[in-house]
Design a protein around this ligand. Structure first.
Ligand SMILES: O=C1O[C@H](COP(=O)(O)O)[C@@H](O)[C@H](O)[C@H]1O
Length: 241
């Protein structure tokens, strides 16, 4: 399915439109299934969500928040994405901390990935590939998403759904990340990218037809929606807009 592209004037407008969209989907999922299963990312996306989500109305007790990727660092390290959501969202909206699922940085990165799969299985029991209601993704200026980097062998991972990476080209080097089998099984994949530094990659990902697609271009839910939220600067090179 082709991506739906939503362009805002500024990053503030993008954050607000994105968060309204997320909460609308969350409230629908809660009404239909009693819970909202969502994977979140770090970087600029975490800032958008922590800014906009607490202003919205939803039943936070029904949210189950996982990480599309996480840095393998202690919780008090400024690189830890979990900490950003804990202080910027979970504690602000008085959500039970048991409803957000961090990786365990006290384990080795390999053990942490296996342990994370077990945590996902507490909400998605059985052996089939979990189908998240929504995965909220960012894209780095090199076209990476989650901790899946251009040219990295993990782009080819087809059986494991959560894996360790110890040679991330973007620091910190050790991380745990979801892979395409689980990413592309979600009901709705959402990207948010803002700023001129993303414009070239946004154009390549959304309009390029590359032999070896960039990591963000490989996010193509097989039976779900794909939505990109951009500001004008990030959308500047798009030919069709
Ligand atoms: O390292 C990471 O980077 C990407 C992109 O971050 P951004 O700040 O350029 O938007 C992020 O989506 C990912 O979760 C994070 O680990």
């Amino acid at each position: 399915m082709a991506a739906r592209i939503v362009i805002g004037e500024t990053d503030t407008e993008v954050a607000s439109t994105l968060c309204d969209f997320v909460v609308d989907k969350a409230n629908k999922a809660i009404k239909e299934n009693g819970q909202f299963t969502v994977g979140v990312s770090g970087g600029s996306l975490a800032k958008f969500l922590c800014k906009g989500l607490p202003k919205n109305t939803t039943d936070w007790s029904k949210w189950r928040i996982f990480f599309c990727d996480e840095r393998h660092v202690p919780y008090d390290n400024p690189e830890c994405t979990y900490q950003i959501y804990l202080s910027g969202l979970v504690r602000k909206v008085n959500m039970a901390e048991s409803n957000i699922f961090p990786i365990n940085p006290d384990l080795t990165v390999e053990e942490a990935a296996n342990d994370y799969l077990k945590k996902i299985r507490t909400v998605f029991p059985g052996d089939s590939i979990p189908r998240f209601d929504m995965l909220l993704l960012g894209m780095g200026p090199d076209g990476h998403t989650c901790s899946l980097f251009p040219g990295h062998p993990l782009l080819q991972e087809s059986s494991k759904i959560v894996v360790p990476i110890s040679d991330s080209p973007k620091p910190p080097p050790s991380r745990v990340t979801m892979t395409y089998p689980i990413i592309n099984n979600c009901a709705c994949a959402v990207f948010a990218s803002c700023g001129a530094s993303k414009a070239e990659m946004v154009q390549r990902v959304l309009e390029g037809n590359e032999k070896s697609p960039l990591p963000a271009a490989r996010v193509q839910p097989t039976n779900g929606e794909l939505v990109w939220f951009l500001d004008k600067a990030a959308a500047a090179n798009l030919k069709a807009h």
